[in-house]
Design a binder for this molecule. Structure first.
Ligand code: GDP
Length: 443
C-alpha cells in the first residue's frame, strides 16, 4: 500500500487532517505494533484511493527542549517512508519562518508534494494561501481539515500523485477474504533445478490444467494456491520454462524472467539442485533478490539424490553464511519436489520469511538497542571529531528499512554500518531478509 506523510510545523492542523483522513479507525491506529506515540499511522480509504497515512504531530507534545531536533528527525523519517508528502501550512498565519525548515526537507523529498493551506474555511486565509505560492512547492490547496473543505481537490491531487496500482493488486489487498491477502511467491533457479516439478507438486496436477497455456502468451501470470488455509499466489515459473523451450536464447531469457519473477514476489525461493549447488548464476539471483528488497528462502531440491545428507546440509549452510552475508540467517530447506518431501517445511519457511520481512519495530526499542550498540562499540572519530548517532527509527518494512540520524554519518565506515545492520538483525530477529539503512546527518 502506498504511504502518504503529513508534514509541517506544530499547530498547522496535521492531526486534524490525519483524523479527517483516517476517520473512525482512529482509535485503532496507536495499537498497531511498532507504532509509537511519536509516529501515528492509519490506513485510509478515500474515494477509491487506498493508502497508509503517517502523521508526525504526536511529537508536538514532546519535551520542548528536544522538540525541534526530534521533530525534524521524525519528519525526515516520515518523508523517507512516503510515496507522497502532504505539506501543511496554516493559511491564516501565512508562511512563517518556522515553516521554512520543514519546506526545505520537503523540497528534497524526491516524491510528489501536495501543498495544503489549512484553516481556510469559508474563504478565510486566502492571502495566506497565496503566500504559500512563494514556497515553490506548487499550487496550494485551500483546505479546512476541521470542516472538511477542500477534500475534493485533495482527492484529485492524491489521485494524480499516488503510484498506480496494477490490476492484479486490487484483489491482492482484499484482506477480508478467507485466508487473508495472498502472499506472492516466486520460485526461481537455473534450468533443471526442478522448479516446474515443485510447482506441479504444490498445485496438484488438476490445478495446473486450469491455465497452462496462459504462461505462454502472457508476460507474467500467477497461479492461485492455498497452503494450510493461506492464500498464495505463485509466479508461474512453469510458464517461463515452456517459453524457454521454444527460445534458444536461454541464458538471456532466464535472467529477464528471473527479474520479472523477483519483482512479482514478496518471497523468492531460490531453488538449487542439491547435486550441483551454488553456481555463479545462483549468486546473481540472490543479489537480485537483495537489490529488489524481497524476502528470501533457499530450497535444496533433489535431496533424494544426496547420499550424505547431514554432511551436505552442514556444508551448504556454511556456504550460505559465507557467500550470502547480505541475507544472513536465510532459511535453507532441503526438499524433493519429485517425491513431495520437505514441501511443507519450505512453505513454513516462506511464511516465516514474509513475516520477518514485514516486521515493524517500535522506535523506543530501536533506540534502546542503539544506545547499547553504540556504547559497546562506539563509532570511530573522523578528523578528531567523534561521529555521533543520536536517533534511529524504522521508516518502512517489506524489507525492514531503518534511518539513523546524527552528526557526520556520511563518514561512517562501511564496517561500522555492517556492525549496525548485523546488530539490528540479531536484536530484532530479522534473519534472511535484506535490511536497508539510510543515514541522515541532522546538522
Ligand atoms: P525446471 O527447469 O527448474 O523447471 O526443472 P524441472 O522441474 O523440469 O526438472 C528438471 C529435471 O529434474 C526433471 O527431469 C525432473 O524430473 C527432475 N527433478 C525435479 N525435482 C526433482 C527431485 O526432487 N528429485 C529428483 N530426483 N529429480 C527431480
Amino acid at each position: 500500500m502506498p504511504t502518504v506523510a503529513i508534514v509541517g510545523r506544530p499547530n498547522v492542523g496535521k492531526s486534524t487532517l490525519f483524523n479527517r483522513l483516517v476517520g473512525k479507525k482512529l482509535a485503532l491506529v496507536d495499537d498497531r505494533p511498532g507504532v509509537t506515540r511519536d509516529r501515528r499511522e492509519g490506513d485510509v480509504t478515500f474515494g477509491g484511493l487506498q493508502f497508509r497515512v503517517i502523521d508526525t504531530a504526536g511529537l508536538e507534545e514532546a519535551d520542548a527542549a528536544t522538540l525541534t531536533g526530534r521533530m525534524r528527525m521524525q519528519t525526515e523519517a516520515a518523508i523517507l517512508a512516503a510515496d507522497v508528502v502532504l505539506f501543511v501550512i496554516d493559511a491564516r498565519a501565512g508562511v512563517l519562518p518556522a515553516d521554512q525548515p520543514f519546506a526545505e526537507l520537503v523540497r528534497r523529498a524526491g516524491c510528489p508534494v501536495i501543498l495544503i493551506a489549512n484553516k481556510a474555511e469559508g474563504g478565510a486565509g486566502l492571502a495566506g494561501a497565496y503566500e504559500a505560492f512563494t514556497l515553490g512547492l506548487g499550487d496550494p490547496i485551500p483546505f479546512s481539515a476541521e470542516h472538511g473543505e477542500g477534500l475534493g481537490e485533495l482527492h484529485e491531487a492524491l489521485k494524480g500523485a499516488l503510484p498506480q496500482r496494477d490490476e492484479d493488486e486490487d484483489e491482492e489487498d482484499d484482506a477480508d477474504a478467507p485466508g487473508g491477502r495472498s502472499l506472492k511467491v516466486a520460485i526461481v533457479g537455473r534450468p533443471n533445478a526442478g522448479k516446474s516439478t515443485l510447482i506441479n507438486r504444490m498445485l496438484g496436477e488438476d490445478r495446473l490444467l486450469v491455465g497452462p497455456e496462459a504462461g505462454i502468451t502472457r508476460d507474467s501470470i500467477s497461479l492461485d494456491w492455498e497452503w494450510r488455509g493461506r492464500r498464495i499466489k505463485l509466479h508461474d515459473t512453469a510458464g517461463m520454462r515452456r517459453r524457454a523451450r521454444i527460445d534458444d536464447k536461454l541464458e538471456k531469457l532466464a535472467v529477464s524472467d528471473g527479474l520479472r519473477a523477483v519483482r512479482f514476489a514478496e518471497v523468492v525461493v531460490v531453488l538449487l539442485d542439491a547435486t550441483i549447488p551454488f553456481e555463479k548464476q545462483d549468486l546473481t539471483i540472490v543479489d537480485l533478490v537483495e537489490s529488489e528488497g524481497r524476502a528470501l528462502v533457499i530450497g535444496l531440491n533433489k535431496w533424494d539424490l544426496v547420499a550424505d545428507q547431514p554432511g551436505l546440509l552442514k556444508q551448504l549452510r556454511e556456504d550460505c553464511t559465507r557467500l550470502l552475508p547480505q541475507v544472513r540467517g536465510v532459511a535453507v530447506v532441503p526438499l524433493s519436489g519429485l517425491a513431495g518431501d520437505g514441501v511443507d517445511k519450505l512453505m513454513q519457511a516462506v511464511v516465516q520469511a514474509s513475516e520477518v520481512w514485514d516486521r515493524r519495530i517500535s522506535t523506543s526499542r530501536i533506540n534502546d538497542w542503539l544506545n547499547e550498540a553504540t556504547s559497546r562499540n562506539p563509532p570511530p572519530a573522523v578528523s578528531g571529531r567523534r561521529i555521533k548517532i543520536r536517533y534511529a527509527t524504522q521508516v518502512k518494512s517489506r524489507p525492514p528499512h531503518f534511518a539513523l540520524f546524527g552528526n557526520q554519518l556520511n563518514a561512517l565506515p562501511k564496517s561500522y554500518t555492517r556492525y549496525l545492520v548485523n546488530g539490528l538483525r540479531e536484536a530484532f530477529d530479522l534473519p534472511g531478509t535484506p535490511i536497508r539503512l539510510s543515514l541522515r546527518t541532522s546538522q
